[in-house]
Design a protein around this ligand. Structure first.
Ligand code: PLP
Length: 431
């Protein structure tokens, strides 16, 4: 089950990509075009996890040698993450479960009375955690220039006090890249901080806190080819140091007496409980692996995205969703509808008859996706990554041209083949 696909042969002319992945030889044919949801595991990550497991022990707590090794692994990962996003030395790195957790942590840490400004296109993880009377949701802008103007207007009329802008690096619906540096420049002029939801951008492009001039970056390991349950919030330490601990318990404290608690003021203030050292190590190894291969990754995805988009354009009645128009810069994520075809059923057909894994629905960005859809209640999304090949893209396109041959029925609200001959792996109960 864990043989690597060595992509040393370029998927499309031009890129030389040698970043092997786990799980490319499943017992069913599987073209994974759902990297935007969760990416497969890098072989380097699996190897690093296997190497750490014998040493695995408690972090920050034990005097034993394995405990000291685990603590070192955990703490050195902060430096790797800091480097991965080009953070300042003074920035803090707090390990979380994922991007959702990181943005919820930041939402708890913003000082009372902070005005939070964001666009309603955000993923729910970035759209929903903010509380208080001063949350300003700006409508979907028609182009990046209008996004910048709308932010300028909103910040001009914000109440006095702290301000935070929240923006995604790349849309998880359309893949389109947001004008983060321009928005950061506006934020700065109006005394606002800016948080970057890098969940979708970080797996595709280098993210640089200093070059973009943002204050916080949130990201998820499982989208970065490190599916072991870790994510991170990286950025300015002051609000986080002053905020109430996010998870109250052991590890977050300096001292506890019968009279009160003194909380740690380092990153562990928000990392209560036993840290996920395996997940954090996996995340750090994934980040350093990607950082060594950016040129090849970008070329690989750019070429495959061009192939995907021209293939989709050949499908009758297919409409791609777009915020900023077809020529705007984007990562390898495309959502679309096909006239007269139910998106949920089509996703099931692609999976069952063509071995293609895509996502259907509203992608946890209901406002944006519904607006882009106009009518209809779901779209399909194909998303590329290191595991994608030209053959996967071609198989998707062929599947979209084909008529279904199997029978399908709705089971618990999802379309599924009435008779499914694909063997489940033996670790599934009743397989
Ligand atoms: N932000 C964006 C743009 C995303 O695409 C996602 C996940 O799809 C998230 C945030 C949330 O990530 P997670 O589910 O890892 O917390």
């Amino acid at each position: 089950m864990t043989l690597a696909l060595n992509l040393a042969v370029p998927a499309v002319a031009g890129a030389r990509l040698d970043v092997p992945l786990v799980g490319t030889d499943l017992t069913v044919p599987y073209a994974n075009l759902d990297h935007a949801a969760s990416a497969p595991c890098l072989e380097a990550v699996q190897d690093a996890v296997n190497e750490l497991i014998p040493w695995y022990a408690s972090v920050h707590r034990g005097a034993g040698f394995a405990s000291q090794v685990s603590t070192r692994v955990y703490e050195q990962a902060r430096d790797v993450l800091r480097r991965f996003v080009g953070a300042h030395r003074s920035d803090t790195v707090i390990f979380t479960r994922n991007t959702t957790d990181a943005l919820n942590l930041l939402a708890r840490a913003v000082p009372a009375g902070t005005s939070v400004v964001l666009f309603d296109t955000e993923h729910h993880a970035a759209l929903l955690p903010w509380r208080g009377p001063h949350v300003f949701r700006l409508p979907t802008p028609p182009n990046p220039g209008d996004a910048v103007l709308a932010l300028e207007d909103a910040l001009r009329s914000c109440p006095a006090g702290p301000r935070l802008v929240v923006v995604t690096g790349a849309s998880n619906v359309t893949g389109e890249v947001w004008p983060v540096a321009r928005l950061a420049e506006v934020a700065r002029r109006h005394g606002a901080r800016i948080a970057l939801d890098a969940a979708q951008l970080a797996p595709h492009r280098p993210v640089d806190i200093q070059a973009l001039d943002v204050d916080y970056v949130a990201l998820s390991g499982h989208k970065l080819y490190a599916p072991f349950g870790a994510g991170a919030l990286i950025g300015r330490a002051d609000w986080l140091r002053a905020a109430p601990p996010y998870l109250i318990g052991g590890g977050a404290t300096r001292a506890v007496t019968s009279r009160g608690v003194s909380w740690s003021d380092g990153p562990e203030r928000h990392e209560g409980g036993s840290p996920n050292v395996v997940g954090v190590h996996a995340l750090a190894v994934a980040c350093s692996t990607l950082a060594r291969h950016w040129d090849a990754i970008i070329t690989h995805e750019r070429d495959l995205l061009a192939r995907l988009r021209s293939g989709l354009a050949s499908v009758p009645g297919l409409r791609s969703l777009s915020l900023f128009g077809p020529d705007h810069d984007r990562v390898g994520v495309v959502s679309f509808t096909v006239d007269g075809r139910n998106a949920g059923l089509l996703a099931a057909v692609l999976s069952a008859e063509h071995g293609v894994g895509v996502r259907d629905g509203l992608f946890c960005a209901h406002i944006a996706t519904r607006r882009l859809l106009g009518s209809g209640d779901r779209a399909l999304r194909a998303s590329l990554g290191l595991g994608s090949t030209a053959e996967h893209v071609d198989r998707l396109i062929a599947g979209l041209h084909d008529e279904p041959r199997w029978d399908y029925a709705l089971v618990d609200g999802r379309w599924a083949p009435s008779a499914d001959s694909r063997p489940l792996p033996p670790f599934i109960a009743n397989a």
